[in-house]
Design a protein around this ligand. Structure first.
Ligand SMILES: Nc1nc2c(c(=O)[nH]1)N[C@H]1C(S)=C(S)[C@@H](COP(=O)(O)OP(=O)(O)OC[C@H]3O[C@@H](n4cnc5c(=O)[nH]c(N)nc54)[C@H](O)[C@@H]3O)O[C@H]1N2
Ligand SMILES: Nc1nc2c(c(=O)[nH]1)N[C@H]1C(S)=C(S)[C@@H](COP(=O)(O)OP(=O)(O)OC[C@H]3O[C@@H](n4cnc5c(=O)[nH]c(N)nc54)[C@H](O)[C@@H]3O)O[C@H]1N2
Ligand code: SF4
Ligand SMILES: [Mo]
Length: 772
């Protein structure tokens, strides 16, 4: 045994020990900084300061490995840019003039404002927004409903709530449950095939996802590699040759935005060639004949013309997927980020349903939160009277707004309510863990203009972001992961998180929400601090787990028992009968809930509105299909731009085009270029990507420059490289879900001194520019 192994072996099972001057703490992480995962870590602190982070070799989730973003956490936590206490705006919005206040003073200002809004306009005039799956995705909903008394919680102007929500809503309505690719993550013993039923998938379809960089939705990308080492083969659906695509049997290099058409064509092949699982379909699926009829028109020839993927590749991939047993599909964000996000998710879900890969070892498994803990976007919603719930903005989209799935208000409708005062005005906005004008809003300039008109805005974040400088009346500095006592469920396992350090006078989301809740609606906040709240959740909302926070910190991670083929065993329905938790008791290939609400019950596909075929006149001027926001390991959205390590690896915003396209435009690697369309423009640096179709451009999202001046008109250069100057807001599917973040058009030309005289940020903040 080498030295490192014997060190970890010696401390196996311990949650805290001394190592020279260091205290070592074994725990897990989860924002800030952000990530969808919650890996096991060993924190090394000296005199209360975090100095080093290692992966926990005993944690079954990440098995000792860590990404650079966790490795550089000491740099983030101890960063000199972090505000040390609450701030109150002193100058005009955007001037970056602040007065330091105490926490009590900040709370006094907020409380007074909230009570005035309650009296003058009603609680529903307050909206609360958060970013993606970070450690405040139940705290801020609870703040919104149980402290402010408003039904208007949603994501931070994320158009069409198009991050995981469309896939979730499609899965929940079709299966009555959520499904994920089975990489053995639900077993503490992981890849041990002797003591569990797990087997590696024979085929893994990586569809519109780059898990090696994104580790999205509680799925660690390294698991795919672990399965490859155990024999799994790959099919990858991606416009770019990712690391995984390069190791795949089939790489389907599709035109961005055409995933739905591709899935329908694969279903066509599988059904017409009789490659589906007849027995499973007959017993467990509802509406197969209707689906078969619908996909008839989607021949591989037709899909080739739409998707730009050769028909033989489509046929080959469909056969390879259907014949592999078991096979699994791991999908990602591009499914959601199309107006047809919902029907695309229906089509892909139908693929794993008709091939009999539902809830079998190595297939797509049904997963629920550990120990039935269910704190989510609905947490606290039942504290609202029915008449207040009925006022939720976006109520015209019942799939989204009604409690049941992960219901929320509709971001785009809230934007319109701010702009038009209809159905009623929004007066106050709470923005926590979201930086919409840098990142989340698809039409950033439009959101900038709208939010500036609000009476009162609170921003809570570990850093002073462009959003904070542009809008905040009160800024509350938020704790990072290693500064928080809390817990996490995102499927499995249940995880404890222990505070090991404290930067200045910052507070955690749990603490901030508790403090305010106790002032505004004390009956809903019978705890006094973060640990008290965590205990309340563990004791009252986690029925299968016996421990409290202290116990969970000792356990670190706890895995509940898991069973396959739950539909056969009566484990899914409240009535205890076999079957799925849907109206028909089967997987609804024909979605009867959609039919009830007047949506197309079957999957279909439509051209994005801005595309070579739907808008040929625009395509003439903007000859590239633009996809945006592919993740890179150095950043989580707009985060990590302050950190030297991340910026050393990735100093500038990059966009990609093929060598041939670059040459034709007279551009070379490293050139700063303008990306432009009929809505707006931004500048990024060219990286030539030989794997791209000559007609496709791939651009990054989330860029701002903390090293630049905070005050407007510079505003950290937030609009200068912002690809969301080129995207629309309020273009959603009939369910309210889905938005075209990854299927636009653009042109590209070199930046010159002449055409760069006016930068986008000055244009937006000083001249009311873009998105009219
Ligand atoms: N490091 C890091 N990790 C992250 C994030 C981050 O910002 N940084 N963000 C988190 C969040 S909120 C999310 S939602 C996830 C998203 O993470 P993923 O689901 O992995 O999605 P993306 O990285 O946006 O895109 C994945 C791949 O899709 C390809 N692609 C682009 N357009 C299309 C298309 O139209 N169809 C198909 N099939 N493929 C396309 C891109 O080339 C890219 O390789 O990542 C999470 N994890
Ligand atoms: N063009 C384009 N735009 C996109 C995407 C794309 O693919 N293309 N992806 C979209 C997607 S899928 C998503 S989910 C959104 C993501 O958008 P967001 O989730 O809003 O991400 P950020 O803008 O980085 O804002 C997050 C902020 O939260 C702070 N923060 C981190 N952890 C915590 C915490 O625990 N508490 C508090 N209070 N603050 C914290 C960070 O410092 C940061 O300033 O972006 C969307 N925008
Ligand atoms: S996936 Fe990477 S960044 Fe996310 S928690 Fe795990 S190690 Fe950290
Ligand atoms: Mo996301």
């Amino acid at each position: 045994m080498d030295q490192a192994n014997s060190y970890y072996e010696a401390h196996k099972g311990e949650v805290e020990w001394r190592d020279g001057d260091y205290t070592v703490t074994r725990t897990t992480v989860w924002s800030g900084p952000g990530c969808h995962d919650g890996c096991g870590v060993l924190y090394y602190t000296k005199d209360g300061k975090l100095e080093k982070v290692e992966g926990d070799p005993d944690c079954p989730f990440n098995q000792g490995t860590l990404c650079m973003r966790c490795l550089e956490m000491p740099e983030a936590v101890n960063h000199p840019d972090r505000p040390t206490g609450p701030l109150k705006r002193a100058g005009e919005r955007g001037e970056n003039k602040w007065e330091s206040v105490t926490w009590d003073e900040a709370y006094d200002i907020i409380e007074e404002k909230v009570r005035a809004i309650w009296k003058d306009y009603g609680a529903e005039s307050i909206a609360c927004m958060i970013g993606t799956g970070r450690n405040n995705c139940w705290q801020i909903p609870y703040l919104c409903y149980a402290a402010f008394g408003s039904p208007n919680f949603c994501l931070g102007f994320l158009s069409g709530e198009s991050c995981f929500q469309p896939r979730s809503a499609a899965m929940a309505s079709m299966n009555g449950d959520f499904l994920i690719a089975d990489m053995s993550q639900q077993f503490e013993s992981r890849y041990d095939t002797e003591n569990t039923e797990w087997v590696p998938p024979e085929m893994i379809v990586v569809w519109g996802c780059n898990p090696i960089a994104s580790n999205s939705d509680n799925f660690y990308g390294g698991w795919v590699v672990d399965c490859m080492q155990r024999g799994s083969r790959l099919i990858t659906v991606d416009p770019s040759l990712t690391w995984l695509a390069a190791r795949s049997d089939y790489w389907l290099r599709l035109r961005p935005g055409t995933d739905g058409a591709l899935a329908l064509a694969m279903l066509n092949v599988i059904i017409s060639e009789d490659l589906y699982d007849r027995e499973f379909v007959e017993k467990w699926c509802y509406g197969f004949d209707e689906l078969a009829e619908r996909v008839k028109e989607w021949t591989p020839e037709r899909a080739e013309a739409v998707c730009w993927v050769p028909k033989d590749t489509i046929i080959g991939a469909a056969r390879a997927y259907a014949k592999a047993k078991p096979a699994t599909i791991h999908w990602g964000l591009p499914i959601d980020q199309a107006v047809v996000g919902i029907p695309t998710a229906q089509a892909i879900n139908a693929l794993w349903a008709v091939t009999g890969n539902t809830d079998v070892p190595g297939g797509n498994i049904i997963i629920r939160n550990a120990f039935e803990q269910n704190v989510s976007y609905n947490y606290g919603y039942q504290t609202l009277p029915a008449e207040v719930q009925a006022k939720r903005i976006g109520a015209e989209y019942p799939l989204m707004s009604k409690a049941g799935f992960s219901s929320t208000a509709h971001s785009d409708s809230i934007l319109q309510a701010i702009e038009t005062g209809k159905p009623y005005p929004i007066r106050m906005l709470w923005l926590s863990s979201t930086n919409p004008i840098a990142n989340m809003a698809s039409d950033a300039p439009r959101v900038y203009r709208a939010v500036r008109t609000l009476d009162f805005v609170v921003v809570s974040d570990p850093f002073l972001t462009p959003t904070a400088v542009a809008f905040a009346d009160v800024f509350l500095p938020a704790s990072m992961s290693c500064e928080r006592n809390t817990q996490r469920v995102w499927w499995v396992p249940l995880r404890g998180m222990k505070k090991v350090t404290q930067f200045a006078d910052v507070r955690s989301d749990d603490t901030i929400v508790t403090d305010l809740g106790r002032r505004l609606h004390p009956e809903n906040f019978p705890w006094t601090d973060d640990i008290g709240w965590t205990n309340d959740i563990l004791v009252n909302d986690t029925p299968g787990y016996d421990g409290d926070f202290e116990q969970l910190c000792k356990d670190v991670y706890v895995y509940p028992a898991f069973e396959y083929r739950k539909h056969e065993k009566g484990l899914l329905r409240p009535d205890g009968q076999p079957g799925f938790n849907t109206p028909s008791g089967r997987i609804e290939l024909y979605n009867s809930i959609f039919a009830l609400w007047g949506y197309d019950p079957l999957p279909q596909w439509e051209e994005p509105s801005c595309s070579p075929y739907a808008s040929p006149e625009l395509y003439e001027q903007y000859p590239f299909v633009l996809t945006t926001g592919a993740r890179s390991v150095e950043f989580f959205h707009s985060e990590h731009r302050q950190l030297e390590t991340s910026r050393e690896f990735h100093p500038d915003p990059l966009f990609e085009m093929s060598p041939k396209a670059a040459e034709a435009a007279g551009l070379s690697e490293g050139d700063w270029c303008w990306l432009e369309n009929h809505r707006g423009r931004c500048r990024q640096k060219l990286h030539v990507n030989p794997s791209l179709d000559d007609r496709v451009v791939r651009a990054e999202h989330g860029w701002w420059f903390p090293e630049q001046e905070a005050a407007e008109p510079v505003l950290f250069g937030v609009f200068d490289s912002n690809i969301n100057n080129l995207l629309p807001q309020c273009e959603n599917g009939p369910t309210g879900y889905g938005a075209p973040y990854k299927n636009q058009l653009c042109r590209v030309y070199a930046c010159t001194e002449e055409n760069s005289a006016e930068l986008p940020t000055a244009c937006v903040t000083r001249k009311d520019g873009y998105s009219k």
